[in-house]
Ligand binder design. Structure first.
Ligand code: CO8
Length: 258
């Protein structure tokens, strides 16, 4: 499919999805959001892809939030629908994705933009990045999971502070908080993220998929993550990748999981 607001590139089994509305600081309109959903699902279905990187086009913004112009006249019902459909994409398509997803944050990650990054499995940010949930300054609250995922990552007190002040934090503070996993220079962001992808992809895709499911289970209400782990652990046995990984170890060679 041709995307209007995304760049979609596959190289070395890594799919880079770049949100491409730089003149609007990559603000997420409904069309762009639907394209991200489609692009990630296509990559999951594509056996040539083993890992996904989401980033923004330009050197200023990852995503500066949901497109404010689009929801300015919304009714309560429309707001509910927007938030509910957004939750579905972030939870089912991104957070629960069976292939690793890394957010390469290259500038402003605000509101819905930070919420996309929070749903990804790992976050790398360039030193010029600014992250925040400024929704209360607009008279709304984070509507794409920010009130839930931010405290899960950085703790309740810090999340309350960020959400109530609406302030932006820089990549140093984000790193200290554990909001991002790695900080790089602006120039090195994509190379660093691709190197990280390479490292992850030297491991078994099947094991990665099972591990993602187990970690996510820890945050799902009513789900016993330990039981999920027992099941997912046992599912690894008798797979080709388990045989490859263990026999490579015993034969003192690197496993080939491609
Ligand atoms: N929506 C729409 N347009 C945007 C947005 C946005 N979020 N962010 C930037 N733009 C546009 C600007 O309007 C401007 O367009 P134009 O040139 O046509 O006037 C262009 O991008 C460039 O922006 P600026 O001129 O403002 O650039 P600056 O460098 O001066 O400032 C900022 C950069 C500080 C990032 C500034 O643009 C800003 O504050 N943007 C808004 C940030 C924000 O509040 N984001 C949160 C939005 S709300 C949200 O994400 C809710 C998510 C939950 C969804 C569920 C809702 C129910």
């Amino acid at each position: 499919m041709e995307y209007k607001n995304l760049k979609y590139e596959i190289e070395n089994r890594v799919n880079v999805i770049s949100i491409n509305r730089p003149e609007k600081l990559n603000a997420l309109n409904i069309e762009t959001f639907a394209e991200i959903d489609h692009a990630v699902k296509s990559s999951v279905a594509n056996s040539d892809v083993r890992l996904i990187i989401i980033t923004g086009v330009g050197d200023k913004a990852f995503v500066a939030g949901a497109d404010i112009k689009e929801f300015i006249n919304f009714s309560m019902e429309e707001g509910y629908e927007l938030s509910e459909s957004g939750h579905k994409v972030l939870t089912e398509t991104i957070e629960s994705c069976s292939k690793p997803i890394i957010a390469a944050i290259n500038g402003y990650a605000l509101g819905g933009g930070l919420e996309i990054a929070l749903a990804c499995h790992i976050r790398v940010a360039s030193e010029n990045s600014k992250m925040g949930l400024p929704e209360v300054s607009l008279g709304v609250i984070p509507g794409y999971g920010g009130t839930q995922r931010l405290p899960q990552l950085i703790g309740k007190g810090r999340a309350m502070d960020m959400i109530m002040t609406g302030k932006m934090i820089d990549s140093n503070e984000a790193l200290a908080f554990g909001l991002i996993n790695y900080k790089t220079s602006q120039n090195e962001l994509m190379n660093f993220t691709k190197d990280l992808a390479k490292k992850i992809l030297s491991n078994s895709s099947n094991a990665l998929k099972n591990a993602i499911r187990c970690v996510n289970a820890n945050f799902q209400q009513g789900v016993n993550g330990f039981e999920v782990e027992i099941n997912e652990f046992s599912r690894c046995f008798e797979t080709k990748e388990f045989i490859e990984g263990t026999s490579a170890f015993l034969n003192k060679r690197k496993p080939d999981f491609n």
